[in-house]
Design a protein. Structure first.
Length: 113
């Protein structure tokens, strides 16, 4: 039940968005017990954002998971997310924040996990 929401100031083509979504889907396995089966993501580009007064390509990424994981796993996923956005969107890792949220209650298909 992971969800990754990417907001970036970079302008992306539809194929670049798809490449980011595919790479994020593959990367979710860095969190123990998480698979692409229930994975969902969104990529929003051309968001007006600025980081420490600079208008360089910037990204804010939210990762929400059902349950908990480890700091080590979060660190590995953060590194991978930053690599993906650097390669596919030109966002320098020093212009990328990644926020993790552990969710206790998660609904799906008219019920709860």
């Amino acid at each position: 039940m992971p969800f990754i929401d990417v907001k970036t100031s970079a302008k992306l083509s539809e194929s670049e968005k798809r490449e980011i979504e595919t790479a994020l889907t593959e990367s979710i396995t860095l969190l123990p017990g998480k698979t692409p089966h229930y994975f969902m993501c969104a990529v929003e580009d051309e968001i007006s954002m600025m980081f420490h007064g600079d208008k360089e390509p910037t990204a804010f990424v939210e990762v929400k998971i059902f349950g908990k994981s480890t700091r080590d796993a979060y660190e590995k996923l953060t590194e991978k997310i930053c690599d993906i956005l650097n390669e596919k969107a030109g966002v320098n890792p020093s212009f990328c924040y990644v926020k993790f949220e552990e969710v206790e209650n998660w609904g799906f298909n008219k019920g709860m996990f």
